[in-house]
Design a protein around this ligand. Structure first.
Ligand code: ADP
Ligand code: MG
Length: 484
């Protein structure tokens, strides 16, 4: 289903490419030993290297390199055994050295792919152009003093992976799916925590529009959008703006724009700088980065099972529908939780409880599965009570709600509340006899061919037994008795 913007001159197609800055999970910075913890007091995590003092020399942090390689492998990308660090020169108050150390023509990771999981269950591949390592800049604080700007250099020198996509996306939803999938992969790998609110994952959006089949139009770049919802809104806004501009006889200029979440619009920040404006050159303080192929192989061996493979396995081994599998693998801890619940039990029933009941409940309180008040073992215990006919599926919902509230094990709740299912045929016989006696007219109707009334009798018997009669037995006995 193609997404098109209807303009006055016909339909327009939107072309989207994303650049993501992902902060590397590491204790120390890319080129210094200073700490990287989030939320520390301003300027408390700054070495002389990060402060750009003259004569200080950068020393590469092997952990950050390993994290970049791990990420590249997770994106099924080419790992370049030789890469080069360059200086990207520009002046800004929060960049004390006057240059950012980045990688330009020879990045550590080359072409890769990400598989998008779309809402209708289909998938679509998006190309990764490159991933390179670079240092972050410091942070300017404009809101601390009416006349001054303060500088916090804690972030200066923190390792970032810039992950650049091909212009392969065509809808705001695909861009959202891309970011969700990338974040899932980074979290599985443990290379970035993916927290967009804390800024550890930031996204620049490149958008252009064209008439379907024509060549790419001029793009604009909207910087540092910090939530997936804003990314979708900014793309939508920017595409509409470009269409209106072109149809009005104007031209899109390549520029850098800002997203204003309060106004819901993008606005021009500066004309787009070109690579040559930065006067890139190889950093003379750093040797080219040369990796040993054996070391890369070793990292590859330690990769966890990734979401795409896990999803395929869940569908093959547990016979789960694509939707269930996709929801369960979206977080590694969620998938692990599910597998513990499913072990030795009906996998589809386990998926229904985890997705429908547990995730639904957690969603309401905003909690994640790691802090679930019901453990995997406890949820498994509830399902066991259904399997061995202690309770019916309907009563299980009631027990589940109680578990969520009290944290008690299912078996205890069943005993305390007397919810054990009635499998005593004598008691069921009695209930059925009473219901039939009280509804003699309906019995007659049923016997004269109104089959649909069967459900009515089941409902009445369940009501008479407070929902505790074993449904299979009720069906069996009722069928026999109604035949007369
Ligand atoms: P720059 O540093 O100039 O931003 P990059 O190569 O880092 O350039 O990133 C360019 C980004 O723009 C990529 O994500 C790419 O997919 C995207 N892009 C390139 N051309 C277009 C286009 N015509 N429309 C939309 N996105 C584009
Ligand atoms: Mg860029």
């Amino acid at each position: 289903m193609a997404y098109r913007i209807a303009g006055e001159t016909g339909e327009w197609e939107v072309v989207i490419g994303l650049e993501v800055h992902a902060q590397v999970v590491s204790n120390a910075k890319l080129f210094s030993g200073a700490a990287t913890a989030f939320g520390a007091a301003p300027n408390s995590q700054v070495s002389f290297v990060d402060a750009g003092f003259p004569g200080m020399l950068p020393v590469i942090n092997e952990v950050c390199v390993e994290q970049a390689v791990r990420t590249g492998l997770g994106l099924k990308a080419q790992i370049n055994l030789r890469s080069v660090f360059d200086r990207k020169n520009y002046f800004y108050a929060d960049l004390p050295s006057g240059y950012q150390i980045s990688q330009f023509q020879q990045p550590i990771v080359g072409h890769g792919t990400i598989v998008l999981d779309l809402a209708d269950g289909s998938t679509r591949e998006v190309g990764i152009t490159r991933l390179h390592l670079e240092m972050d800049a410091g942070k300017s604080l404009h809101d601390q003093n009416p006349t001054k700007t303060y500088i916090d250099l804690n972030r200066s020198g923190v390792a970032l992976m810039e992950i650049v996509s091909e212009p392969d996306m065509r809808t705001p939803e695909e861009a959202a799916a891309y970011l969700r999938k990338l974040r899932t992969i980074l979290r599985y790998l443990g290379t970035c925590d993916g927290n967009m609110e804390e800024g550890s994952m930031r996204c620049d959006i490149n958008v252009s529009v064209r008439k379907p089949g024509e060549k790419y139009g001029t793009r604009t770049e909207t910087k540092n959008v910090n939530s997936i919802r804003y990314v979708q809104q900014a793309i939508e806004y920017e595409a509409q703006r470009q269409v209106a501009l072109i149809e009005d006889g104007g031209v899109v200029v390549q520029e850098t724009r800002l997203w204003d979440p309060n106004k819901g619009e993008t606005r021009s920040m500066r004309s787009k700088e070109e690579a040559h404006d930065y006067r890139y050159f190889p950093d003379p303080d750093l040797l080219p980065l040369e990796l040993d192929a054996g070391w890369v192989e070793e990292i590859k061996r330690t990769l966890p099972e990734l979401p795409d493979e896990k999803k395929a396995r869940f569908m093959a081994d547990y016979k789960l529908p694509v939707y269930d599998a996709g929801v369960l693998v979206a977080e590694r801890s969620r998938a692990d939780f599910y597998e513990e619940v499913a072990r030795g039990r009906d996998p589809k029933q386990a998926a229904n409880f985890v997705i429908g009941d547990l995730l639904g409940a957690l969603n309401k309180t905003g909690a994640d599965i790691d802090s679930s008040p019901i453990s995997a073992a406890a949820l498994g215990g509830l399902i066991d009570l259904i399997a061995d006919n202690t309770i019916s599926g309907r009563i299980a919902k009631e027990v589940f709600a109680d578990m969520l509230e009290t944290g008690k094990p299912a078996a205890q709740i069943v005993e305390e509340k007397g919810l054990r299912q009635v499998t005593d045929t004598g008691a069921i016989d009695q209930a059925i006899a009473a219901v039939m006696a009280a509804n003699a007219d309906k019995v007659a109707e049923f016997r004269s061919g109104k089959d649909k009334l069967f459900g009515f009798f089941v409902g009445q018997v369940m009501k008479a037994t407070q929902g505790k009669a074993n449904p299979a037995l009720v069906n069996e006995i009722l069928t026999a008795k109604l035949k007369g």
